[in-house]
Design a protein around this ligand. Structure first.
Ligand code: PLP
Length: 419
């Protein structure tokens, strides 16, 4: 059981009570201290119930069935799309395309928009911070089209260097960048970058994998062209995510995958395509998980994204303060110094303990952190880190969780004889 360690995180403790996995001890009888929400969040009972309800009450394929449970499934599926649209303030639900995850959403843009619009000499601008999912698709697209890749440099704490942004934007057709770095936690100032990219004639794709679950993101206010998001990082199930894109872009883009449901009419030698959003949703969709992601959006909204952001700043500040007590013993903390300037993600290394060994020792204490390159190998090379350990937080993270992390690090110090 999670226990409140101070009045400020009482609400997080109450929230954690709605996540069944957080109430169960580990196989070693420890309290589960889940500090890996940047990899995948835990799921509240209400989301789990939505999956069970679909499969046990109205499981049927959507769009073509005329019988009652098929109509119910179709309504719930499309209502979930509308919930996601509201969650990111899209102008209409037709601008939300279901995908498996952020990676697939980015690939959709790369294959559909990219292959149709990029030519030799065009430039794709990205940053030195990107997750492989927002880098490799652009590398392949550049190789296929003759476009080139260019990078916005980042300081050692993950702050983007924007002093040469206007020069970097020359000739750029697409700027693809993550809103929050999954390795350093730094936050890209989209309100500054996007208008400048648009002024230079570039479209902007935002990798929202680490931001949309954690702070309010308004695609219209920020004037985002493409936004890629994973459901499993925002209390939803695995296997469902979405691409937001402006209607005019989606309408002009050719289909990505082809087959059933994405067509209007088919003859033996030709086909015409469905309207958006269905033009991009070939084959039977992930119905149950889409419905459950809609429930997750409602759940997060009911708590309030502004509260979640505030809570994460507070818990990150607490974690930074506690982790800094170990700095004299060799702990290195990466990313921006101030909690306000970062998401709830802290990468670190402890003396000469390999991050994997550290994560294994923490696991013995029930503390789950990630260790490795975090799918940002070029950034790890740039920083000269073989690996880092990473603790990441969410709405259910409490000060007691941070205290457990520190206690487990103290135990690791004993095991590795760190004075
Ligand atoms: C910034 C960022 N982009 C993209 C991804 C890929 O997400 P997914 O594996 O759900 O497609 C992740 C996952 O950790 C991420 O942190």
């Amino acid at each position: 059981m999670t226990t409140a360690s101070s009045p400020v995180d009482e609400r997080a403790t109450q929230i954690a009570a709605g996540f069944p996995i957080l109430q169960k001890p580990t196989s070693r009888g420890k309290r589960l201290v889940y500090l890996d929400s940047a990899a995948s969040s835990q799921k509240p009972q209400i989301v789990i119930d939505a999956l069970v309800d679909y499969y046990s009450s109205y499981n049927a394929n959507i769009h073509r069935g005329v019988y009652e449970i098929a109509a119910r499934a179709t309504d719930a599926f499309e209502a979930a799309r509308a919930k996601v649209a509201r969650f990111v303030n899209a102008a209409e639900s037709a601008e939300i395309i279901w995908t498996r995850n952020t990676t697939e959403a980015i690939n959709l843009v790369s294959f559909s928009w990219g292959l149709a619009n990029l030519h030799p000499g065009d430039v794709i601008l990205t940053t030195q911070l990107e997750h492989h999912s927002n880098l490799v698709p652009w590398q392949l697209l550049a190789a296929k089209t003759g476009a080139t890749l260019r990078f916005i440099e980042a300081d050692d704490d993950g702050t983007l260097r924007l002093e040469h942004l206007d020069e970097l934007l020359a000739g750029v057709k697409l700027l693809a960048l993550s809103h929050i770095s999954n390795t350093l936690g730094s936050i890209a100032p989209l309100d500054i970058i996007i208008p400048r990219a648009h002024a230079a004639g570039a479209l902007v794709l935002v990798d929202g994998a680490q931001s949309v679950p954690h702070l309010p993101v308004d695609v219209q206010a920020l004037d985002i062209d493409f936004l890629a998001v994973s459901g499993h990082k925002m209390c939803g199930p695995t296997g469902i995510g979405f691409l937001y894109a402006k209607r005019a872009l989606l309408e002009a883009m050719p289909p990505f995958l082809t087959g059933g449901d994405m067509i209007k009419s088919v003859a033996y030698d030709s086909a015409t395509f469905n309207e958006i959003p269905w033009k991009f949703e070939a084959g039977t969709s992930n119905i149950a998980d889409a419905i459950a992601l809609g429930v997750a959006c409602d759940y997060l909204s009911s708590i309030g994204m502004a509260w979640i952001r505030e809570h994460e700043i507070r818990i990150t500040r607490y974690a930074l303060e506690r982790l800094r007590t170990l700095v004299p013993r060799g702990l290195e903390i990466y990313g921006p110094a101030r909690a306000e300037d970062r998401g709830g993600v802290i990468s670190f290394n402890f003396a000469d303990i390999h991050a994997h060994d550290l994560a294994s020792i923490l696991d013995l204490e029930g503390v789950c952190v990630r260790a490795g390159h975090h799918c940002t190998m070029p950034l790890m090379d740039k920083m000269n880190w073989p690996a880092t350990a990473r603790a990441s937080f969410y709405l259910y993270t409490t000060e007691a969780d941070i205290d457990a992390l520190i206690a487990a690090l103290e135990k690791a110090a004993v095991v590795f004889k760190i004075a």
